[in-house]
Design a protein around this ligand. Structure first.
Ligand code: ACO
Ligand code: ZN
Length: 434
């Protein structure tokens, strides 16, 4: 399967995409001169571009793609119209939003200014009730509780990425989204993380000094799984508040539709590490509410970008279901799922369910599938429906599993990912102490 962020995928379904060399006006000599004078005037009159303007922008694939101007900033020591623009590529995920120079924008393609108020209404309607509730409950440091009314302000505030890169262990990683670091980090473009305690610093020298003192070599919690060089640590947010908060700040840089919880007490963090003689290096994690009324078995999941597409995501998902099995419960990930989250879950559900259907002889119900896998019945139904394996006969859903069709779907579901060896999992479900 191709990458969601590859130019090839982007070109697909991108009707508005054209090359910079495409002719814009006719070949007639005089006409061009007259036109271009008029154009020049028109261009000058629209500068600097307003926030909300829609225009075509040259992307790193050298092709032009439609964008919306999200923000603008004056370039240092520049003329009156010398601005940089923060743009959102309307066909792509927000993680690709970036600052661009004026010369990347095709001013001849400028469209009408968007009515921001109308757009905001649509976004707020799209929010699920659960998201609203979460936003209502969230405490943001230095801010009042975010209610639905101040959400727009919050969205406004989070639309431009604040930290561009982070250093973590041996990796320098480009970030994807805004993360609400404390105000003293407002002026930082790059942050330096201790890969073990996840404390973050403004300068490299501070990190170097910290590394000489920091005695942690793995996440501060219980190692509940070890298989080869892979270890999973369970970190209780109540016992390790600062670590939990640091992890949330870090994760938010790669998670868009998640509200940051400062109340990490309510969560357990499952941190996956690759271990060597220097220590246990974080690969990714998932968080899980200690008590979930909605049967969520996973709140947020992240594989750090240098480790993505190697099967760790599916490992983390499989792990979350193994924990649910030990609890004797069915589980489901918290919604909304991101684009990559949905792809990973769809792949996981498809593989697990179709593997069972392939081996199973005779009838099997969704309830039985759910009991075997700890996958919530709704997710099973949705997966099988999306694969067109469900028919509605005589008032009930029937699974239709032709072995050839199953094989075809299994092939399309991608690689299996890294296996969880359940015999290496030593864990008992969370119980409140005292
Ligand atoms: N392009 C296309 N398909 C992709 C991509 C991509 N960039 N990334 C993942 N996939 C699909 C593929 O089908 C892939 O299987 P394949 O490699 O066999 O084809 C499958 O998803 C999962 O691949 P893994 O290697 O197991 O997953 P990975 O380690 O890359 O982690 C994850 C997936 C956790 C979603 C990662 O992309 C990530 O951290 N993203 C940022 C945070 C995020 O969006 N988290 C989910 C939010 S929803 C929630 O938290 C409940
Ligand atoms: Zn440290």
């Amino acid at each position: 399967m191709g990458s969601l962020d590859s130019p090839r995928e982007r070109e697909n379904g991108n009707g508005g995409c054209r090359s910079p060399g495409d002719p814009k006006i006719g070949d007639g000599g005089m006409m061009i001169v007259v036109e271009s004078e008029a154009m020049k005037k028109r261009r000058a009159s629209m500068l600097p571009l307003e926030v909300g303007t829609r225009v075509m922008c040259r992307w790193r694939d050298s092709k032009y793609h439609p964008v919306k101007v999200i923000e603008r900033r004056k370039m240092p020591s520049a003329g009156p119209n010398d601005y940089e623009y923060y743009v959102h590529y309307t066909e792509f995920n927000r993680r690709l939003d970036e600052w661009v120079k004026l010369e990347q924008l095709d001013l001849d393609s400028v469209e009408t200014v968007v009515d921001e108020k109308v757009e905001d209404k649509v976004t707020s309607l799209k929010m699920t009730r659960h998201q609203k509730r979460k936003i209502d409950e969230t405490h943001v440091e230095g801010h009042e509780e975010l209610d639905a009314a101040s959400l727009r302000e919050h969205e406004e505030f989070t639309k431009v990425k604040n930290i561009a890169t982070i250093e973590l262990g041996r990796y320098e990683i480009e970030t994807w989204y805004f993360s609400p670091f404390p105000p003293e980090y407002n002026d930082c473009v790059k942050l330096y993380f201790c890969e073990f305690c996840l404390n973050f610093m403004k300068r490299k020298e501070q990190l170097q000094r910290h590394m000489r003192k920091c005695d942690l070599k793995h996440p501060p919690g219980d190692e509940i799984y070890r298989c080869g060089t892979l270890s999973m640590f369970e970190v209780d947010g109540k016992k390790n508040k600062v670590y939990g908060q640091n992890l949330c700040y870090l994760a938010k840089l790669f998670l868009d539709h998640k509200t940051l919880y400062y109340d990490v007490d309510l969560f357990l963090f499952y941190v996956l590490c690759e271990c060597d003689d220097r220590g246990c290096h974080m690969v990714g994690y998932f968080s899980k509410e200690k008590h979930s009324e909605e049967s969520y078995n996973l709140a947020c999941i992240l594989t750090l970008p240098p480790y993505q597409r190697k099967g760790y995501g599916k490992f983390l998902i499989a792990f979350s279901y193994e924990l649910s099995k030990k609890e004797g419960k069915v589980g489901t990930p918290e919604r909304p799922l991101s684009d990559l989250g949905l792809l990973s879950y769809r792949g996981y559900w498809t593989r697990v369910l179709l593997d069972i259907l392939k081996k199973h002889k005779g009838n099997i119900s969704i309830k039985e599938l759910s009991d075997m896998t700890a996958i919530k019945a709704e997710d099973i139904l949705a997966t099988l429906q999306s694969l067109e394996l469900i028919q509605y006969r005589k008032g009930q859903h029937v699974i239709c599993a032709d072995p050839k069709v199953l094989d075809r779907h299994l092939k399309a579901a991608g690689r299996g990912g890294l296996e969880v060896d359940v015999s290496k999992l030593i864990w008992t479900p969370y119980k409140e102490q005292g």
